[in-house]
Design a protein around this ligand. Structure first.
Ligand code: ATP
Length: 615
C-alpha cells in the first residue's frame, strides 16, 4: 500500500527510471549493494573513538539524566498543584510553587545546554581524530589500493562521510540517548500513577515500533547507496577536472556533462527515496500520538467522573503522553541522520580495514649509507596474482652504473622500477641492494636513498624554490640555486618574473613540460641520492631544452646507480648496461656494442629509431 502511496509522490521526471522488482528500487535498477546492517559492529567501533573521552561523556550522561528527570518533574508538580487547589489546600503556597517550578525549568535549560556543549566538544575531537587517522592510514596503503579507486571517491570518504558522522555525534546521538531516557522515566512514572491509563497509552506503541522498523529496513540500504553514489560523483568530478585538456581536445564536453547528469541523477533519486520514505516516520508518529492523546483524554475523563482518578493526574498524564511520544518522535526524526552516519562510518571503516603495506617494523632496518649495487635474482611479479607481468628477471648493476631499460610498450619497464622502489613486492625471487634483500630494509629508508625524475614530474602549490627544496627540506637558498645551476634550470628561473619566488599552481601550469623536468632534475640533485630512477620524456621537446635536460641529467647521474626508462638512442648508447624487455621477460642484456652484434629485438629497435630520425 505504501508503495502505491509512494507512486503518487513519484519524483517529477527522473532522468533514470527506478529498477523494476526491487521493492522501492534503487536508482539505475540495481539492488542496494550494501546490507547496511552490521550496525552493532559499526556502532561499537564508533564508540571506541568516543570512549577516549570517557570522563567528559560521563558528565554529559549525568546532565542528560538530570535534564530528563527535570523534564518529568515539571508536569508532575503542575498536576499535584492543581489537585491541591481543587481540594482547597493550594492557595497557601502559590508563590513557593511558582518559584520552585521556575527553578525546575531554569535548571532544565541549564543542564540541556551543558550536555550540548560538552557533547559537541567530544564530537569535534572524535571527528578530528577519525579524520587524521583516516588520512594517515591512506598514506600507509599500498599503491595497489589507489590503482583500484578514483581519487575523488577516496576524498569523499574523508569529507562527506566523516561529515555525516560528525553531524550525528554533534546532536543526534545525544538527542537519541536523552529521548530513550525520558521515555523510560516517563513510562515508569506513568505506571506508578495509573497502570490502566498507561496500558491504554501503550496501545499505539507496537504500531509505532512496527512502522519504524518497516520503514528503516527500506531506507537503510538507500542511505548507503546515496553515500556510494556521492563517492562515485566525486570521483567523476575529480577525473573530469584533471582531464580537462583531453576532454576539450576531443570535444567530449557534451558526453562528460551527460555522464555527470546520470551520476547526479542517481544521487537525487537515492536521496529522494531515502528522505521521502524516512520522512514518513514523523507523520506516522504524529498520527499515532494524537490517537493516544485522545484515548487518555477520553478514558481519563470517564475515570475522573467516576472519581477513580484525580483531575491533577489526568493533567500529568496528558502532559506525559506528549512527553512520552515526543522522544519517540525525536527518535524517528533523528533516525535519518543516524542511518546516514552509520553508512558514512561504514565507508570510513572500510578504508581502515584495508591492508596496509606490509609492516616495516621489527626486522626491517634503516640504511645509513648505500653504495648502489643492485641485483635482481629470478624475480617474478603479477598485478592480479594470476598472469605474470614480469617473469624470471635476473641482472646486476654495479654502484654508479647507468642501466637503460628498453622495450615495447607494456613490456614491464615501469613495473620493474616499481619493484625496485618497493611500491610492490615480487611474488618470486629476490631484489638486493648492496647484498641486502630490500624486503629487510625500511621502505622510507630505501626510498630515501633514491630520487625520481618522471616524465610528468609532480609540482606542488608553492614557489619554485620550495618545489626544488622538496628534495632536501633543510637545504639553504644557496644549495637550492646551486642544484638549479647544475640542472641547467637556473637561467630559465631567473628569466621568470619573481625568479625563485615565483609561485606555481599545484598542476604546475604556467611552466612548460621541459621546464618541469629541469626542476625535477634540480630537486633530485639536491636530494643527492645513491640511486636514481629516470623516466625519459617521450614527448618531443625543442632541441635547445633537450640538450639542457641531457646535460642536467648527466650532472645528476654522475656517480649514482641510475635506472633509466630510455627512449632516445643517445641516452641508451651512453648506458653501461641495457636491459631489453618484452612481454615481461628480460630477453637481452649487455652494452650497446654487444647488443648490436646480436640478432634480436635490440637491433630492430635501434634500426627503427634510426629510420625515424632520418624521416
Ligand atoms: N596497476 C596495474 N594493474 C594491472 N596491470 C598493470 C598495472 N600497471 C601496468 N599493468 C600491466 O603490466 C604490464 C607492464 O606494464 P608497464 O607499465 O610496466 O609497461 P612499460 O614497459 O612501462 O610500458 P610503457 O613503455 O608503455 O610505459 C602491462 O601489460 C600493463 O597493462
Amino acid at each position: 500500500m505504501l508503495k502505491a502511496l509512494l507512486e503518487a509522490f513519484r519524483h517529477p521526471k527522473p532522468d533514470i527510471e527506478l529498477g523494476a522488482g526491487s521493492g522501492f528500487g534503487t536508482p539505475s535498477g540495481r539492488k542496494p549493494k550494501g546490507k547496511a546492517k552490521d550496525w552493532s559492529g559499526t556502532l561499537k567501533r564508533l564508540w571506541s573513538y568516543l570512549a577516549v573521552r570517557k570522563a567528559k561523556l560521563g558528565l554529559v550522561l549525568f546532565m542528560v539524566i538530570l535534564s530528563s528527570g527535570l523534564s518529568l518533574l515539571g508536569p508532575y508538580m503542575i498536576g499535584m498543584a492543581v489537585d491541591d487547589y481543587l481540594e482547597g489546600a493550594g492557595g497557601r503556597s502559590w508563590g513557593i510553587f511558582l518559584g520552585a517550578l521556575s527553578l525546575v525549568y531554569i535548571l532544565y535549560s541549564l543542564t540541556s545546554w551543558l550536555q550540548n556543549i560538552w557533547m559537541i566538544e567530544v564530537a569535534q575531537e572524535t571527528i578530528y581524530r577519525m579524520r587524521t587517522e583516516l588520512f594517515a592510514y591512506l598514506h600507509r596503503l599500498p599503491i595497489s589500493f589507489f590503482n583500484r579507486r578514483q581519487q575523488g571517491e577516496i576524498m569523499s570518504r574523508l569529507t562527506n562521510d566523516i561529515e555525516n558522522v560528525s553531524s550525528t555525534l554533534n546532536s543526534s546521538a545525544i538527542q537519541i540517548f536523552s529521548s530513550v531516557l525520558t521515555l523510560v522515566g516517563t513510562v515508569a512514572v506513568m505506571l506508578w500513577l495509573s497502570p490502566l491509563l498507561t496500558l491504554l497509552t501503550f496501545i499505539v506503541v507496537p504500531l509505532m515500533l512496527f512502522g519504524m522498523r518497516w520503514i528503516t529496513r527500506r531506507t537503510g540500504p538507500l542511505f548507503k547507496e546515496r553515500q556510494r553514489n556521492m563517492g562515485e560523483l566525486n570521483g567523476y568530478i575529480e577525473e573530469t577536472l584533471s582531464g580537462q585538456r583531453i576532454i576539450k581536445a576531443f570535444s567530449q564536453e557534451t558526453r562528460v556533462i551527460q555522464g555527470f547528469r546520470e551520476r547526479n541523477n542517481r544521487i537525487m533519486l537515492s536521496g529522494y527515496w531515502a528522505q521521502s520514505i524516512s520522512g514518513f516516520i514523523p507523520k506516522l508518529m504524529n498520527g499515532l500520538n494524537n490517537l493516544s492523546f485522545a484515548i487518555v483524554a477520553g478514558v481519563g475523563g470517564l475515570l475522573a467522573i467516576h472519581g477513580s482518578i484525580s483531575v491533577g493526574v489526568i493533567l500529568v498524564f496528558v502532559e506525559y503522553t506528549r512527553q512520552f511520544t515526543r522522544p519517540l518522535n525525536d527518535l524517528a526524526n533523528q533516525w535519518n541522520t543516524l542511518l546516514s552516519a552509520v553508512a558514512g562510518a561504514e565507508r570510513v571503516f572500510e578504508v581502515l580495514d584495508e591492508e596496509t603495506e606490509a609492516s616495516d617494523e621489527g626486522a626491517a632496518i634503516a640504511l645509513e649509507h648505500v653504495a648502489g649495487a643492485v641485483q635482481f635474482s629470478e624475480v617474478a611479479f603479477s598485478y592480479d596474482g594470476e598472469g605474470d607481468t614480469l617473469q624470471n628477471i635476473s641482472f646486476e648493476a654495479k654502484p654508479g652504473e647507468m642501466i637503460a631499460l628498453v622495450g615495447p610498450t607494456g613490456a614491464g619497464k615501469t613495473t620493474l622500477i616499481g619493484l625496485l622502489s618497493r611500491f610492490y613486492d615480487p611474488s618470486e625471487g629476490r631484489i638486493m641492494i648492496d647484498g641486502r634483500d630490500i624486503t629487510s630494509i625500511k621502505r622510507e629508508s630505501l626510498r630515501g636513498h633514491m630520487a625520481f625524475v618522471l616524465q610528468d614530474s609532480f609540482l606542488f602549490k608553492g614557489s619554485i624554490r620550495d618545489n626544488i627544496r622538496y628534495g632536501k627540506l633543510d637545504a639553504t637558498d644557496e644549495e637550492v640555486e646551486q642544484a638549479a645551476k647544475l640542472a641547467n634550470a637556473h637561467s630559465f628561473i631567473m628569466r621568470m618574473p619573481g625568479g625563485y619566488d615565483r609561485m606555481l599552481s599545484a598542476d604546475g601550469s604556467g611552466i612548460s613540460q621541459g621546464q618541469k623536468q629541469l626542476l625535477a632534475i634540480a630537486r633530485a640533485i639536491l636530494a643527492d641520492p645513491a640511486m636514481l630512477i629516470l623516466d625519459e620524456a617521450t614527448s618531443s621537446i625543442d632541441t635547445v631544452t633537450e640538450v639542457k635536460i641531457q646535460e642536467g641529467l648527466q650532472a645528476l647521474m654522475k656517480g649514482r646507480t641510475s635506472f633509466v626508462i630510455a627512449h632516445r638512442l643517445n641516452t641508451i648508447r651512453a648506458a653501461d648496461r641495457i636491459l631489453v624487455l618484452r612481454g615481461g621477460r628480460l630477453i637481452q642484456q649487455g652494452s650497446h656494442e654487444k647488443l648490436l652484434q646480436e640478432e634480436g629485438l635490440y637491433q630492430d629497435l635501434v634500426q627503427g629509431q634510426r629510420k625515424a630520425a632520418v624521416n
